[in-house]
Design a protein. Structure first.
Length: 433
């Protein structure tokens, strides 16, 4: 966890105090269930809650104990016994460390998912607002980085909204997939603990009982979760890269907000760099990088090993904290994005009508000319614009072969920008309803 790219609410989920609080709740709820089954005294379960329910667990003390035991859960249980007293002997009856660790990890992932989903909603709101604002702001669409045909800036943002809407559904599914609980004891057979205990803990922790846990919750669930975070990060990068390209000096169709007092370069005072979206590109790479070790965690030895443990201690907090920060940063970029419609129109007209070539091509074919000949006629006039700076419309009007097929009015009509935006409302209805 790098403080520079962390936000407090998400970071708190992964703090030692939060972790130990969840561990306690798992153990205490399990004790309640065991008391109901008559496995431990009812008074013992009550005492556990009374003495430790509002306790501040001493992280330093737990670390001190772990330095001796070399076992984190035993260290916690030893510290819990210091707080609870003799009744602590009834804690963790028939349970194993993975019951606590895996269930806690999934609780943390669920909590993290809720924050990510909330932040994604803010991003979707920002995208919708700006998309509607620029629904009819005409700009040039590009393929291969080269001018293609006219579109609108609102459509660019609508596309991003549709993409993040899909991401939100994926994240909801991933949240559901990791929301499972295992309190099944050694090798997951329930030999020393009743399945009813697991059902009770699952209900209290807002999880579902894992159908088959082999002492650990199967890691295919977590692989899908972190892969989903990677997909969301890729969508963050896609929009960030678009903004970075649009901010290039020779393009300058949109720009990150440059605040008063902000400096772009230590050497060149004129610079206004797309630092936020460049940062988002880098953060997206990191979130994606966490997906691979999560997939490699799926193949554990037999019923369990702990090769996944060190991985998850890193990727759990790092992936969720990084993506949370990235989504918040992207939301701010979109909310404050500076858009230059005049520059968009100037760039669209930079090559003097070339963007209308397809309409002329189609008109020639509809006038009876073969597609091959129509392509040749349009391309030879288009190349004059590229190579000699000619005006595409004027060249077409002066081309005898073209004029034999099309009248001046028919040619000029093919240069109407409104033709390219006539279905924008249809697309917006698909995206926004």
């Amino acid at each position: 966890m790098v403080p520079r790219y962390s936000r407090p609410e998400m970071t708190a989920i992964w703090s030692p105090k939060s972790k130990f609080r969840i561990w306690f709740e798992i153990e205490a709820h399990a004790a309640d269930a065991m008391a109901d089954l008559g496995v431990i005294p009812q008074e013992a379960a009550k005492t556990i809650w009374e003495k430790a329910g509002n306790a501040e667990f001493d992280v330093a003390r737990i670390d001190e104990i772990e330095a001796v035991t070399k076992h984190d859960v035993i260290a916690f249980l030893t510290h819990l016994a210091e707080i609870v007293g003799p009744e602590a002997r009834f804690v963790h009856q028939g349970m194993t460390s993975s019951d606590v660790l895996d269930t806690c990890f999934n609780v943390q992932l669920v909590k993290a998912s809720d924050l990510l989903l909330a932040q994604m909603d803010k991003l979707l709101d920002a995208l919708k607002k700006r998309a509607l604002e620029h629904k009819d702001t005409i700009t040039i669409g590009r393929s291969h980085g080269i001018h293609a045909e006219p579109t609108t800036f609102g459509l660019k943002l609508a596309q991003a909204h549709a993409e993040f809407s899909r991401c939100r559904k994926r994240l909801e599914n991933a949240r559901e997939e990791v929301a499972s609980c295992a309190i099944s004891g050694a090798v997951g057979t329930f030999a020393n603990i009743d399945p009813a205990v697991e059902a009770h803990v699952a209900e209290k922790m807002g999880l579902a009982a894992e159908p088959v846990s082999t002492q650990v919750i199967p890691r295919d669930r977590h692989a899908m979760f972190f892969a989903t975070l990677g997909v969301v990060a890729s969508c963050v990068e896609r929009l960030s890269v678009e903004i970075r390209h649009l901010q290039r000096t020779e393009v300058l169709e949109a720009e990150e907000y440059f605040s008063p007092g902000q400096k772009g370069s230590s050497a060149m005072p004129h610079k206004r760099n797309p630092v936020l979206t460049e940062n988002l590109t880098g953060l997206a790479r990191m979130v994606r990088a966490y997906a691979l070790p999560a997939m490699e965690n799926v193949a554990l030895w037999h019923e369990r090993d702990i090769s996944h443990s060190s991985v998850e201690r890193m990727i759990g907090p790092d992936a969720t904290i990084t993506l949370d920060f990235a989504l918040a940063r992207l939301t701010g970029v979109i909310e404050k994005l500076v858009v230059y419609p005049d520059n968009m129109m100037a760039n669209l007209n930079r090559f003097r009508g070339l963007v209308h070539s397809q309409r002329v091509l189609l008109a020639l074919t509809q006038a009876g000319i073969s597609r091959e000949d129509a392509y040749r006629l349009v391309q030879r006039n288009a190349m004059k614009v590229w190579q000699e700076g000619k005006d595409f419309l004027e060249e077409l009007l002066g081309d005898k072969e073209v004029r034999n097929a099309l009248s001046e009015a028919e040619i000029r009509e093919k240069f109407d920008l409104d033709y390219h935006t006539r279905h924008v409302d249809t697309i917006f209805k698909r995206v926004f309803g």
